[in-house]
Design a protein around this ligand. Sequence first.
Ligand code: APR
Length: 344
Amino acid sequence: MQCVPLACFQVIRCRAAVAWAPGKLSVEEVEVAPPKAGEVRIKLVATGICRTDEHLLQGCFPNAEFPVIPGISSHTGMWRMQLLISEPQHLLPDKTTRFSCKGKQIHHFLWVSTFAEYTVVPEYTVAKIDAAAPLDKVCLFGCGFSTGYGAAINTAKVKPGSTCAVFGLGGIGLSVVMGCKAAGASRIIGVDINKDKFAKAKELGATDCINPRDFQKPIQEVLTEMTGQGVDYSFEAIGHKDTMIAALASCNMSTGVCVMIGELDSGSEISIDPTLLLTGRTWKGTVLGGSWKTRECIPKLVSSYLEKKFNSDLLITHTLPFAKVNEGFELLRAGKSIRTVLLF
Ligand code: APR
């Protein structure tokens, strides 16, 4: 017979950041119900702030419900098997919530909700990682780093010696840069309107960085001139329609592959000149880094990190106590942070 500690069956009262409506987060005392069959309750040690959480707070995330406890990016020891944007994940798979506050039910976010000292998730979304890993660093592998790195390695399958353009040099774009470098790309061109991002991009592997505002002509023309016939691979890590189209037009017209990573607002549509695709370009999208088999791959990524095969620590510009979660979002909105890690 297995002995289960009594505490596993008790409601836990702890702090969580609740978004009662789109806008700001409020740190509250919440109740976290015990896990049901096939679920685990997790104690959070560190979590990162992601642009996706900001989309949620702006009310732009598809199928989100308020009040909600956000937190998707980056949490230690846990991973979602799949992100089904089309399937609401504001409740656990049995269509109930484990969170409540002030007598009200609080929604989950994408079956994750890491902005809480304790959260409950489906057991099959959890991965075990090397106990030696520093939790305040490898928490990035829960989303942001894996998304960008995987976009290069898995989705685009960047080949050695190839040329790449990365639109947007935030946490996702910089992770793409690392993925392109690891895959052996010979030229990696970073594109951003904030030149303060260029130094870090170069440190991580970008060979050139350009600001579209420095040119009179469209950036796709600039990139085509820089590379002769367009890049082999382009990545959009911003989430704007115009940069998605520019990224597509920047890659080689017959063999280029463009990967869309940035998220548009819920309900957005995009229209393009069909000749961009007719001529032979491939346009792909990716969530969470393409084909990671996450229960296997996250522990492997952690091992690669411990073996110093890449330095994702450079993505962490700020570390704050959890109570300063709103300050972390202000840094993100002001473009001052790449990744902020919150410590519980
Ligand atoms: N052209 C070039 N760069 C731009 C433009 C533009 N028109 N607009 C914004 N940027 C740059 C910003 O200056 C910033 O450096 O894009 C970068 C975006 O970085 P973050 O805001 O830190 O976003 P990040 O967390 O990297 O996520 C990027 O991927 O997963 C999605 O939801 C996420 O849509 C978001 C995208």
